[in-house]
Design a protein around this ligand. Sequence first.
Ligand code: ZN
Ligand code: ZN
Length: 262
Amino acid sequence: MKLLKIPPYFTFFLSVLLLTSCSKDEPTPADITIANKQSLGTSARDFLSAEEFTSLRVEIAYVSGFKPSTTTLNNLRSFFQARLNKPDGITFVETVVPATNKGSLERDEYVKIEADNRTAFNVGDELAVWIFFADQSSEKDTDTSRILGTAYRNTSCIIFEKTLKDFSTRIGGASLTQLETVTTEHEFGHLFGLVNLGTEMVRDHEDEQPNDDGVDALNKHCNQENCLMYFQTVADATSSAMTGLPTFGEFCLEDLRANGGK
Ligand SMILES: [Zn+2]
Ligand SMILES: [Zn+2]
């Protein structure tokens, strides 16, 4: 009996020791940006369902003079509301980015622009996404093809707003709002895991053509010609001949819904 009796001061000493060792072993605070630096398509379900994230913060970043139109932003809001289960709401924030003055942008450069300027990251049950409307075109442009936008990480995409402006000021060019809307929604389709890029296909509808640059890999587009995720859809949007805004076809919609979307 005597042996089991613990003196009060000893209990106190023990708990102080435990507290000390706890705080000593505590890891250094995690980098809050890590969850937003994963590969493209890995947050598809986070966008679509309300399981992990019940709200969405959309950071619209742009260089002064390259801000998307109010109609484009309204279109995007409706697009998110129609497809994503975010019962606690969708918030837009705007960030003005300094002019880049680089001529054209390659991946390393726009990744750095994001690192220097992004303010919205996943916090608690709020998912965050970065869209940068750039004052430059893509480094990958050639005489025959121009890149309008690129989704490059799980919650990051760039829209080459300068290129969109070039197209919209041409004779027969589309309205800038149409171009902004179609390009941005198409890139979000990739962020939502389309096609076969983090969101599983319910029925096979992946475009079998290789990439333009001859890389022997599937290009993650849809084989339905009327679909927002068809490879040619964004290019077609550069012409005023396109009437109305393209939307997801039935196969892509089926995939989004099977992965938690609306
Ligand atoms: Zn695409
Ligand atoms: Zn499709």
